[in-house]
Design a protein around this ligand. Structure first.
Ligand SMILES: NC(=O)c1ccc[n+]([C@@H]2O[C@H](COP(=O)([O-])OP(=O)(O)OC[C@H]3O[C@@H](n4cnc5c(N)ncnc54)[C@H](O)[C@@H]3O)[C@@H](O)[C@H]2O)c1
Length: 421
């Protein structure tokens, strides 16, 4: 660090590493300077290398180069689910402080090894549980902590994924199959488990879970459906059609150099020919009923915490929009949050107080209700030793264990599992 500016290397310069964290860091030159990039994809290295002003000699395609020696103060790990643990452990061994994407791992032993590696290295780590930093969730936390609801007794938490998001990420995309990614309960819901654990303020004693993949499979395809949306008679009527989710969205927006999810289909700057080619031949143009997906489209988890709090988590693909819906029930009141809209505080016997979430958000253009932006600020505070940090590696691993045990329970038909041995 020189003059309060930390140098940054990014491993995995994709939607998160490049488009979110890289761009947010670039906007704060008084805090961060991106100096090194590593990605297997040369198109991304070139695009983000130019955007962030990283010289070609400091762009790598092989991860070994980033771990040959410590190249910067921090390593941002934005690679895929199954790589995080290897990259985080190698980063600690090389002496990097890290910002690491979730989920850390879907394996209990690996999670514990990671903790050990951090302790041994003395390096700092921040896990990208972005919602803990989002103003709406901080407000909810403040309300619960104020005591006006009495003692929290139970929690009801819904994660409505949204039909198009499920199709994009968990049917056609990177998180569709547990051979290549974490199961849904970690890939999507590790944020939910992290938040529930944060609100419960206690270790989780036991979990049980049920859920399955019911809809996105061949027997549910409409009659005459083609294997690719571009050839399909239903392409203009099926809500899951790639043509509707990506192409129509791009057309309607006036074809700007648009961000996610179009940027996942075709590298920006998006050109018509490449975009059409990606829909005709790439993974995101496949019919949702004929993909190689196996992750669930709905799942519920029941939790019992050591302090007696009970919680239920319900994840479903089948919602019109995203935005978590949660209620915390206390002995003297309840609070509900629709995280994109409002918080309703109901103290028993008093009129409701309604808080408009849009008045809390820093800027609606920042992802996760401002959480992405706040995470990058918190990272800076952590590096400077001002611990405004809401989450630690230990806390993150605690909620990962809940997810790991929930998935074990689901695969065992809902059997009760203890979270700690
Ligand atoms: N915190 C959040 O809210 C949030 C939101 C979405 C995704 N994620 C997580 O972020 C991670 C990245 O997701 P994404 O959408 O940015 O994916 P992405 O595919 O857009 O980016 C990953 C990048 O890593 C590169 N890469 C993978 N392995 C590599 C290796 N060994 N060496 C060099 N480069 C490598 C890929 O080429 C790709 O460019 C995932 O684990 C995902 O679960 C977190």
């Amino acid at each position: 660090m020189t003059n309060g500016i930390f140098t940054v290397a990014i491993l995995g310069v994709g939607a998160r590493g490049g488009d979110v964290y890289g761009k947010l860091m670039k906007k704060q030159p008084d805090k961060y300077k991106i100096t090194h990039l590593c990605d297997m994809r040369k198109d991304r290295l070139e695009y983000y290398g130019e955007l962030f002003g990283v010289p070609e000699s400091q762009r790598y395609t092989n991860e070994d180069d980033i771990f040959a020696e410590r190249k910067a103060d921090i390593l941002v790990i934005g690679t895929q689910d199954n790589d995080h643990i290897r990259h985080a452990i190698r980063a600690f061994e090389t002496g990097y402080d890290i910002l690491v994407e979730k989920p850390l791992s879907d394996n209990e032993e690996e999670c514990l090894k990671l903790l050990e590696a951090q302790k041994k290295s003395g390096c700092k780590a921040l896990v990208c549980h972005v919602l803990r930093y989002a103003p709406a969730y901080r407000k909810l936390y403040e309300i619960v902590n104020s005591g006006i609801l009495g003692k929290i007794v139970s929690i009801n938490w819904t994660e409505p994924v949204a039909y198009w998001h499920q199709a994009h990420s968990y049917v056609r995309g990177n998180w569709r199959n547990t051979d290549i990614a974490a199961p849904m309960i970690l890939a999507k819901c590790c944020h939910d488990l992290d938040l529930i654990q944060w609100f419960a303020k206690s270790k989780c004693r036991s979990v049980s879970s049920v859920g399955s993949l019911d809809f996105f499979k061949p027997e549910c395809a409409p009659e005459g459906a083609a294997k690719r949306c571009t050839d399909c008679p239903h392409k203009s009527s099926c809500p899951y059609s790639a043509y509707k989710i990506y192409w129509e969205k791009w057309e309607k927006s006036g074809r700007p150099e648009t961000g996610w999810p179009v940027s996942a289909v075709c590298q920006e700057p998006v050109k018509e020919k490449e975009f059409l080619n990606a829909l005709e031949n790439g993974p995101y143009g496949r019919c949702v009923f004929y993909c190689d997906n196996n992750v669930v489209d709905h799942q519920t988890v029941q939790m019992l915490f050591e302090n007696g709090i009970t919680a239920t988590l319900h994840m479903t693909a089948f919602t019109a929009t995203g935005g978590r819906r949660v209620t915390l029930f206390g002995t003297y009141g309840e609070v509900s949050m629709y995280d994109k809209e409002k918080i309703v505080v109901s103290v028993f016997g008093k009129p409701d107080e309604v808080i408009d979430v849009s008045t809390l958000t820093i800027d609606s253009s920042y992802g996760h209700g401002g959480g992405d932006y706040m995470l990058i600020n918190t990272l800076y505070d952590m590096l400077m030793g001002n611990s405004a940090m809401e989450t630690s590696l230990e806390a993150s691993i605690e909620s990962h264990l809940m997810g790991i045990k929930a998935e074990e329970s689901r695969l065992a038909g809902g059997e009760l599992k203890l979270v700690h041995r």
